[in-house]
Design a protein around this ligand. Structure first.
Ligand code: FES
Ligand SMILES: [Fe+2]
Length: 350
């Protein structure tokens, strides 16, 4: 049995770990509008109510299955576009215009939704759990200036995309970088893990000699991963760190839908704003450089991590961390009560 055969969850599209997943750019969802959203084939509707709050429900109406994204937002509720049944933000049916008993209708699943760093996120685990949304550790005070990068798609599982940033081995082969990285993994809790580079900077190469005075300790290339699909990269000289979050979610057929978020510490005043804007532009360039480098590989890879070598140690740590995660996302739907009644009908005796 090779290493890959021992894995149950890693790279498996049917396993969606409990976590926060990005769904859409906040600016795309205006007041009183609804939008379709999807994670690993599970369809949701998100809508912004009259008060400006964003809610998320199962996409399809329990009457005949119309998609609620074509419906009408009324106050904090949404009305189905087909026969106008109305659902509140908890998924309960509150009105059937022709006068049938709406209290007998099965409630739609409702999801915990938050807006964070310009995106709309959904929590897929136990809604009573309070888990913070992703932020690079250096910016945990929340005083950040952000900008969204370009959304992207990759033809492989989000786990495979995440692996790329800790795959020190491929930095020389694919990206032709002469730096040597040694990523030290540290599990923070059940859903997050960090990898900090420990190699001293700058590397012994003439290219880096002008940079020598800007790095006191290790070359800063630090990562934090949450739920195996969203990661923050922090890099740059000691006096100026750049931060990029790669927010990923599983798409259909094992694909990845991603969105980069560029972040910098928020500087105040006119000059501060100009510096923020300038730094975010540089960060965008850095993000694009990393995102583009591996496109060809991701297009055709059939991921199977069969033979790890010593250089793959951080990846093995990540895989083991991921294997321990929980998933409740696809277990939330209960059987419709009518269907159970039909199956329990007594057989007719001849
Ligand atoms: S399908 Fe939604 S009300 Fe009929
Ligand atoms: Fe890469």
């Amino acid at each position: 049995m090779n290493f890959h055969d021992t894995l149950a969850n890693f790279g498996n599209s049917e396993f969606v770990p409990d976590g926060w997943y990005w769904l859409a750019d906040s600016r795309e969802l205006k007041k009183k509008t609804a939008k379709a959203a999807e994670i690993a084939g599970k369809k949701l509707v998100i809508y912004r109510s009259e008060s400006g709050a964003v809610y998320g429900l199962d996409a399809h109406c329990p009457h005949m299955g119309a998609h609620l994204c074509d419906g009408k937002v009324e106050g904090e509720a949404i009305r189905c576009p087909f026969h106008f049944w109305k659902f509140d933000n908890n998924g309960a049916c509150t009105d059937i215009p022709v006068g049938a008993d709406h209290t007998a209708i099965e409630r739609l699943n409702s999801y915990k939704i938050r807006e964070h760093l310009g995106l709309i996120w959904v929590w897929t685990g136990d809604p009573t759990e309070e888990v913070p949304l992703p932020l690079p550790e250096e910016l945990e005070d929340g005083l950040v200036s952000t900008r969204l990068g370009t959304p992207f798609e990759k033809a492989c599982h989000p786990n495979v995309v995440m692996v790329n940033a800790i795959d020190a081995h491929h930095f020389t082969s694919v990206h032709q970088l002469v730096v040597e990285l040694n990523m030290k993994p540290e599990e923070r809790d059940a859903y997050s893990i960090t990898f900090d580079n420990t190699t001293p900077c700058p590397p012994d190469h003439w290219l880096f000699s002008p940079l020598r005075r800007f790095y006191k300790k290790a070359l800063t290339y630090n990562l934090k991963y949450w739920w195996g699909h969203t990661g923050a990269v922090t890099l740059g000289p000691d006096f100026l760190h750049f931060h990029i979050i790669f927010a990923l979610r599983p798409g259909m057929n094992g694909s990845t839908q991603g969105q980069t978020i560029l972040l910098t510490k928020n500087r105040k005043g006119m000059l501060g704003k100009a510096i923020n804007a300038c730094l975010l532009e540089i960060t965008r360039w850095v993000g694009n450089y990393f995102a583009k480098g591996d496109t060809v590989i991701f297009q055709n890879i059939d991921f199977a991590f069969k033979n790890p070598i010593k250089a793959d140690k951080p990846i093995v740590h990540f895989v083991r961390h991921y294997e321990k995660m929980r998933s409740s996302f696809f277990k939330q739907k209960s059987m419709p009560s009518e269907e159970i009644k039909w199956s329990r009908q007594p057989e007719i005796q001849a």
